[in-house]
Design a protein. Structure first.
Ligand SMILES: [Zn+2]
Length: 75
């Protein structure tokens, strides 16, 4: 399944590539543009985007569900 690899230090992202192609491109970008930094980007898959905003949204949704459940119990 193709993934897109996002740089954590700038706006760079690879095209949709399979892992054997995408990872070397991503690591090559770090080696060229950010040689002093450790690769710290994100992987975007076609199914699910692993980004901090998505995690935050999920957490908020869980919190709302939890609060609703507690509200129902207290009645
Ligand atoms: Zn970069």
């Amino acid at each position: 399944m193709p993934n897109r690899y996002w740089c954590g230090a700038c706006e760079y992202r690879t095209p949709w590539l399979d892992e054997p192609e995408g990872v070397p491109q991503y690591l090559g970008h770090y080696a060229r543009k950010h040689p002093a930094e450790r690769p710290d980007g994100q992987v975007e898959s076609r199914r699910f985007v692993l980004r901090p905003r998505t995690g935050c949204l999920l957490l908020t949704a869980l919190l709302v569900i939890l609060l609703c459940t507690v509200g129902v119990w207290r009645r």
